[in-house]
Ligand binder design. Structure first.
Ligand SMILES: Nc1ncnc2c1ncn2[C@@H]1O[C@H](COP(=O)(O)OP(=O)(O)OP(=O)(O)O)[C@@H](O)[C@H]1O
Ligand SMILES: [Mg+2]
Length: 305
């Protein structure tokens, strides 16, 4: 008598399929969870930064106002002293005045008043410049943190040169001692985009470049260099970010965009570039790279106009 074949084999096949399916879903869930945590992290960083920026903004305001006032008062004094000089010169034929004038000129010389005036002007120019830079950093941080809470779907016509510049300002505060930033901004049209998200992309790529440079160049060696170039080509906008770091070995170039891939051990989450890919693909663009060992890496971001 023939035994009927158990019909459990197809069930095992189903189980295998289901197992595979569940494993894929679990991986996807892990990735989604990590991305939500990373997004929350950016939002918290944004809030913290916005708080600090707000605190800096108040004293910055009165320091700037006082500096402008001091600058003006010193110019007034300087103008008054010049008028005293002219007056004294005009009555220098009176012997007592002539003697007093000679004495005054000696004092002015010994106190180096003329040189001091030049230095005061230089100091004011540098202070105004320094405060302007702080003001820009504060503005950038505030813009960035406001954008962090904006939904990803919200877009507006924007010039991505501004996103790049904002990302550079945010990166420079920490890394300018090791790295020079060279920019070549093309004349590019506005594109419909989410400026905060694109700033986050440029920020991630710039920070990666700074990390790579920092590991590669010792402090007494030549400084690191990051070149950022934007241009409009046909119906695309291209942004190239090139560093002179160690380059990326060919065998890992295919993995660096994978979630959790990092060569930075515990300090890296390995999510930076995968988030960049996400954001850029939502903008219907792409990120590619070219890299040469011991020479550096270029990330090329292409966005449709
Ligand atoms: N400019 C670069 N030069 C050399 N290696 C780079 C560069 N940019 C990225 N990488 C490599 O790509 C890996 C993945 O980068 P990614 O930004 O995704 O994560 P991470 O920087 O390691 O971690 P996190 O962004 O969370 O701090 C890095 O660990 C590094 O090995
Ligand atoms: Mg990174």
């Amino acid at each position: 008598m023939m035994m009927a074949m158990p019909n459990s084999i197809p069930k095992f096949e189903n189980l295998d399929q289901e197992n595979k399916h569940l494993r894929e879903e679990l991986t996807q869930l892990k990735e989604d969870k990590a991305k939500v945590i990373e997004k929350e992290r950016w939002i918290s960083i944004g809030r913290l930064a916005a708080g600090i920026a707000h605190e800096i903004n108040n004293p910055l305001g009165f320091v700037q106002n006082n500096l402008f006032a001091l600058d003006l008062y010193i110019q007034n004094f300087s103008q008054l002293i010049q008028n005293y000089h002219l007056l004294l010169e005009s009555i220098a034929h009176i012997p007592e005045v002539k003697a007093a004038l000679t004495k005054l000129k000696e004092i002015e010389k010994s106190l180096k008043i003329a040189e001091n005036m030049v230095e005061i002007n230089n100091a004011f120019t540098q202070c105004h410049d320094g405060l302007k830079r702080i003001e820009n950093i504060v503005k950038t941080i505030r813009n960035f943190s406001q954008n962090e809470s904006v939904s990803e779907e919200e877009t507006e016509p924007y010039n991505i040169n501004i996103c790049v510049e904002n990302a550079i300002i945010l990166t420079k505060t920490e890394h300018r001692y090791h790295t020079d930033f060279i920019t070549d901004y093309g004349d590019i049209p506005l594109i419909e985009c989410n400026p905060g998200k694109l700033t986050q992309v440029f920020l991630n790529i710039l920070i990666n470049a700074c990390h790579a440079i920092r590991e590669f160049h010792s402090p007494d060696q030549q400084r690191g260099m990051i070149m950022i170039k934007t241009k409009a080509v046909r119906n695309q906008i291209i942004c190239e970010i090139t560093d002179n770091g160690p380059g990326i070995p060919e065998e890992i170039q295919n993995h660096i965009f994978d979630p959790f891939f990092t060569t930075k051990g515990a300090i890296g989450t390995g999510l930076g570039l995968s988030i960049c890919t996400d954001i850029i693909s939502k903008h219907k663009g792409e990120i590619t790279l070219t890299s040469k060992l011991n020479q550096g890496t270029s990330f090329i971001i292409t966005l449709p106009q």
